[in-house]
Design a protein around this ligand. Structure first.
Ligand code: 3MF
Ligand code: MG
Length: 347
């Protein structure tokens, strides 16, 4: 039997939030990014996920030289803390140029901005010491489908991926699919879409997916199956584990907090595929509750990590022989009861 995986965890500084939501202002005092990095290790996290402007604030107004200097500064800061920059994502959804989307905007100027900023993100990733860029295609979609030619939009996304692969011969692109929000209908709603873009690209080996639990659930799909699909193609770059209580706004709840069995199955799929053994991170994209008090709140992150580790124990202690026996007998009722008892800790 192969050695059990020692999991490494990551999250992005945006996960330590000030509690603002679309209906009200911040409810906790601001906590500077630099101070956040000092919290990672003591909390049991080794990887930092970034937006380009988390690494280089005000990136749009800086020269390439200034950008490189700032990225090098962050690289040193991470090194001092013993942290690894897992990926950098172009934050394309804030700028006035991307109101109608980035790569799929109807404005040629808007598309050019999106491309330039994305290529700059690749430079930042390299300078900060990360091998991957994540594309969360936030505004690549529509509020009314007639507003964009979807076929042309897919061609434009494909072209962008090729441009990125050409810009840097080593960087990997991890596409994070989501079916809706902020748009009504997104162009890359599932991992199947993302992986098709990977295979159709100039260098399929360097294009993978990042699967977020809540995004799969919002698409009406099982996150464990989405992960299994990517793993079967050796294309799971990273994960954003969290949870989602039905088809609502994107909740980013604590991992396993809405559906423990669905969470168990994600851990089972990851564990059985040996995910993490090549250095892949267990990324958590969880939001602190707005009600939580504190200058800086982190218990949603440590709690989700703890739940993950307990589920790893559950996966490792699950009686596979019993499972085989029930599967061979096609007695899935008995299999279900056994799983539920295992999860509940009932003998
Ligand atoms: C989306 C993401 C991030 C977002 C983050 C902040 C890498 O699910 O994971 O993109 O930027 O959630 O809103
Ligand atoms: Mg996410």
């Amino acid at each position: 039997m192969s050695k059990p995986t020692t999991y490494r965890f990551s999250f992005g500084p945006w996960n330590i939030s000030e509690g603002a939501d679309p209906f009200g202002p911040e409810v906790r005092p601001a906590f500077p990014h630099e101070e956040k990095y000092a919290l990672y290790k003591p909390m049991g996290f080794d990887g930092v996920q970034f937006h380009d402007d988390d690494v280089v604030p005000g990136v749009d107004d800086l020269t390439p030289d200034q950008i490189a200097k700032q990225a090098a500064k962050v690289k040193t800061m991470l090194g001092n803390q013993g942290l690894v920059p897992e990926f950098v994502a172009p934050r394309l959804w804030f700028a006035p140029q991307t109101i109608d989307g980035g790569y799929t905007s109807n404005s040629a100027k808007g598309r050019q901005y999106a491309k330039d900023r994305t290529l700059r993100t690749i430079d930042i990733a390299r300078e900060v010491g990360s091998k991957a860029v994540v594309l969360w295609l936030a505004r690549e979609g529509t509020y009314i489908r007639e507003s964009k030619n979807a076929r042309v939009a897919y061609e434009r996304i494909q072209q962008t991926i090729n441009d990125m692969l050409d810009h840097d011969k080593e960087i990997e692109i991890w596409i994070e699919p989501k079916p809706n929000e902020p748009t009504d209908m997104a162009f890359v709603p599932t991992i199947g879409h993302a992986i098709t873009l990977a295979y159709a690209s100039r260098d399929p080996k360097r294009v993978k997916g990042l699967i977020e639990t809540a995004h799969a659930l919002l698409a009406g799909l099982d996150p464990a199956d989405e992960m299994a699909f990517a793993l079967a193609h050796d294309k799971l770059g990273s994960v954003h584990l969290n949870d989602q209580n039905g088809l609502k706004y994107d909740q980013d709840k604590n991992f396993g907090a809405a559906n423990l069995r669905v969470a168990f199955n994600q851990v089972r799929v990851l564990e059985e595929a040996g995910y993490g053994s090549k250095g892949e991170f267990i990324g958590l994209d969880v939001k602190a509750m707005r009600t939580q008090k504190g200058k800086c709140v982190t218990s949603h992150l440590t709690g989700s990590r703890e739940i993950f580790m307990h589920l790893v124990d559950k996966v490792r202690s699950w009686d596979k022989k019993l499972e085989k026996q029930f599967v061979d007998a096609r007695d899935y009722e008995a299999l279900e009861l056994a799983i539920m008892k295992h999860l509940m800790g009932v003998k």
